[in-house]
Design a protein around this ligand. Structure first.
Ligand SMILES: [Zn+2]
Length: 110
């Protein structure tokens, strides 16, 4: 379906099986990938600390920092997802996307 035909279905409020492509812009994907890469590097350095038998308290402090970095990345993904994908999903009456998000929130916030 071309974009124009798709637009018309939307304007007329006609339900259609086509699902939106995942609509995150390259800039926000890059930001999220960067954060994950930093957390990955940090976690690898903590692995090195453990292998070298470094102080456990210091390892725990560093682990806490990675946990909060991962949590913040999750929040960023959640915000992006709500303001792009979920806005589209509501417009399309795509209740499945909303159910999926609710399940994900359940697991994420624990
Ligand atoms: Zn999304």
């Amino acid at each position: 379906m071309d974009n124009n035909a798709h637009e018309i279905l939307h304007q007329k409020g006609i339900a259609h099986s086509h699902s939106h492509s995942h609509s995150h812009d390259p800039e926000s994907i890059r930001r999220i990938v960067n954060r994950l890469a930093r957390a990955e590097g940090h976690l690898r350095s903590i692995k090195g600390m453990v292998e070298r038998g470094e102080d456990c308290s210091e390892v725990l402090v560093q682990l806490a920092a990675v946990k909060s970095a991962i949590n913040n990345t999750g929040k960023l993904i959640l915000k992006e997802h709500v303001s792009h994908c979920i806005v589209d999903a509501i417009e399309e009456n795509d209740t499945k996307a909303i159910d999926n998000l609710n399940d994900a929130i359940e697991k994420f916030i624990k």
